[in-house]
Design a protein around this ligand. Structure first.
Ligand SMILES: Cc1cc2nc3c(=O)[nH]c(=O)nc-3n(C[C@H](O)[C@H](O)[C@H](O)COP(=O)(O)OP(=O)(O)OC[C@H]3O[C@@H](n4cnc5c(N)ncnc54)[C@H](O)[C@@H]3O)c2cc1C
Length: 564
């Protein structure tokens, strides 16, 4: 049977060092090597260096995903996060299917990382633990704690770096330890650093099968069983309850069925939510879908060729297209390095450029903004708040529950804003222009509410929410960091008319307004009573009256508070 290990001796195979960090002895020498690969935000088989290294070298490989504390948070905000959980389940299912095609499977462990690994690594007799680095401050702390635990247990850790295009250490070294405080400076830094490393080969391209998971755990078969069991449970009366309510006991770790994929019901979604029919609008998760979207993205060759041209405003632009990549990048079904590499190839094909001439950075567009926000957030644990965040201006925002509630539940009475918030709630996605509008209205534009609350809500609702990107864009769009000089006052009516001139977007998400004539759609409170009657939409009854009696006055009041 063709196996991964044949690749170790293949002189053509790229060197692991290029992508990898190794904490502990390499997988050489005698003894059976049991590797555990811990999937997190790298739910894919392509460009996954630590998985590749583990697969190349281990005798047995167990692929795990931990359903951790997020589960608890989800249960508190059950309805809000339904789209995200569906997306995650799609991703896990797709990953499991891909692994099964390679003779392996995904083991889903219910528990929190430290607690679960303290029990499982010895129980499974693991010699190696591999994972892709999480470069957010919280993720890094968790990974350090797990790495420390692994060392204590004598387990070697293999770490890859693929959440971003560049390793943040490399960028910080190149910048002399100074964070580039503007995007222009970041661009200049990238010019000195050069192109990011190429993605590493995909598992499927290397071999037809993976090292199999070890045989099911029994006291007779598994060498680590007695040691693991006694270490794990002696202090816990053989049972412990994790903070998410999942009971971790010896039996549940031995029963292989306990590692099955989660169901939507288990995640707290009710029957209707669980039985949803995917529509073209709801984005499906998983590496297979992500790669198909990437192909479609690249097929839009004109996108690259005409990049920099002004977009044509039409409501279709505001709907998720078949090429949206952000959710897949956020969950790691898609590697940013793969997107970068394919954009480079495409650019060269279109422009006929030689490899000696790297493409201009602007063709990578928003991918570099993502990179920039990851870099600015990487050493700032307070990036998501005003307090203790050196980047954030201390603007004296208000906290008014009623105002925040109206905005967050699409009851502001301003159709453009309510349509956006409805889309975000229903579909877990909105076009960047729409997100800008929602942020501006809540913060500097009209309501003057603290951006932290809006950012938290987006994090719960948006499938593509990434801690650095989401908080970075809230900081920016609220005028709290990066770029504060938002010249003219922001108007949700003008913005709505510009982006949705025919009102198709508003009609789609706010069907109660659908029969209003287009000229009143963005300001329905101006429609005469007879028009409202004919349209079947009485303002104040079928759709809220505007929460702000005078939008211009509110905008002016915000502007003067910001100037103060
Ligand atoms: C308040 C606010 C919060 C946001 N939060 C997120 C978030 O948590 N995660 C996220 O991926 N995007 C976020 N965005 C950016 C943007 O809205 C989405 O990335 C975009 O809607 C994705 O569409 P696309 O995949 O077609 O992007 P494309 O335009 O095709 O861009 C390619 C990729 O670049 C990244 N990207 C796109 N726009 C931006 C941007 N402005 N800044 C940084 N990276 C970007 C995404 O990963 C995206 O998939 C936010 C925007 C705003 C205004």
């Amino acid at each position: 049977m063709e196996r991964m290990q044949s690749c170790i001796t293949d002189s053509n195979s790229p060197n692991d060092d290029h992508w990898m960090t190794l904490d502990g002895p390499a997988m050489s020498g005698g003894g059976v090597k049991h590797a555990v690969h811990w999937f997190r935000r790298d739910l894919r088989l392509h460009d996954n260096a630590s998985l590749l290294a583990a697969a190349r070298q281990a005798d047995n490989l167990r692929c795990v995903f931990l359903l951790d504390c997020q589960l608890e948070r989800h249960q508190q905000h059950r309805y809000l996060a339904a789209n995200k959980w569906r997306f995650l389940v799609d991703c896990l299912r797709d990953l499991d299917e891909s692994l099964r095609r390679l003779g392996s499977r995904l083991f889903v462990v219910r528990g929190q990382p430290l607690e679960a690994f303290r029990r499982l690594l010895p129980l499974w007799g693991a010699s190696h633990l591999s994972f892709e680095e999480d470069c957010t401050p919280l993720g890094r702390d968790r990974d350090s704690a797990v790495t420390k635990l692994a060392h204590e247990l004598g387990v070697t850790v293999l770490r890859g770096c693929s959440q971003t295009l560049y390793s943040q250490q490399v960028l910080m070294q190149a910048s002399g330890g100074e964070l580039p405080l503007t995007f222009a400076k970041f661009h200049r830094l990238l010019l000195t650093v050069g192109s990011p490393p190429a993605p590493c080969p995909s598992l499927q391209d290397e071999a037809a099968t993976l090292p199999p998971p070890p045989p099911p755990l029994t006291p007779q078969l598994h060498p680590g069983f007695h040691r693991g069991l006694s270490n794990s449970f002696s202090n816990n009366n053989k049972t412990s309850s994790s903070s998410n309510g999942n009971t971790c006991n010896a039996a549940s770790f031995i029963d292989e069925d306990a590692f099955n994929l989660p169901t939507l019901g288990e995640l707290g979604l009710d029957q209707d939510e669980a039985n949803y029919q995917p529509t073209p609008v709801l984005i499906r998760g998983g590496e297979t879908e992500a790669l198909a979207r990437l192909t479609r993205h690249m097929e839009r060759r004109s996108w690259v060729a005409t990049y920099g041209g002004k977009p044509r405003y039409q409501s279709q632009l505001l709907m998720p297209s078949g090429t949206c990549l952000s959710s897949h990048l956020a969950f790691g079904c898609l590697s940013p390095k793969l997107v970068y590499a394919q954009l480079t190839d495409l650019y060269r094909k279109i422009k006929g450029g030689s490899s000696a001439q790297p493409p201009p950075l602007h063709i990578y567009g928003e991918l570099l903004w993502r990179e920039y926000l990851y870099l600015t957030a990487h050493a700032n644990p307070n990036f998501d708040r005003l307090e203790g965040n050196p980047m954030c201006l201390p603007i004296p925002w208000c906290r008014d529950q009623a105002a925040f509630g109206a905005w967050s539940t699409a009851r502001t009475g301003v159709p453009w804003i309510d349509a956006i918030m409805t889309q975000i709630r229903l579909e877990g996605w909105a076009h960047p222009y729409c997100r800008y509008s929602a942020v501006a209205f809540l913060t500097r534009g009209h309501l003057f509410q603290n951006w932290e609350d809006g950012a938290k809500l987006f994090e719960q609702l948006l499938i593509d929410a990434e801690w650095p990107t989401n908080n970075g864009l809230w900081l920016w769009m609220s005028g709290s960091a990066f770029f504060q000089a938002f010249g003219c006052a922001y108007s949700p009516v003008i913005a709505g008319r510009k982006l949705d001139p025919q009102g198709d977007y508003i009609r789609h998400y706010l069907p109660q307004l659908a029969r209003l004539p287009t000229r009143y759609l963005h300001e329905p409170w101006l429609a005469p009573p007879a028009v409202q009657e004919v349209a079947g939409c009485i303002i104040g009854r079928h759709y809220p009256a505007p929460m702000l009696p005078d939008l211009d006055e509110a905008a002016e009041s915000c502007a003067s508070r910001l100037r103060a």
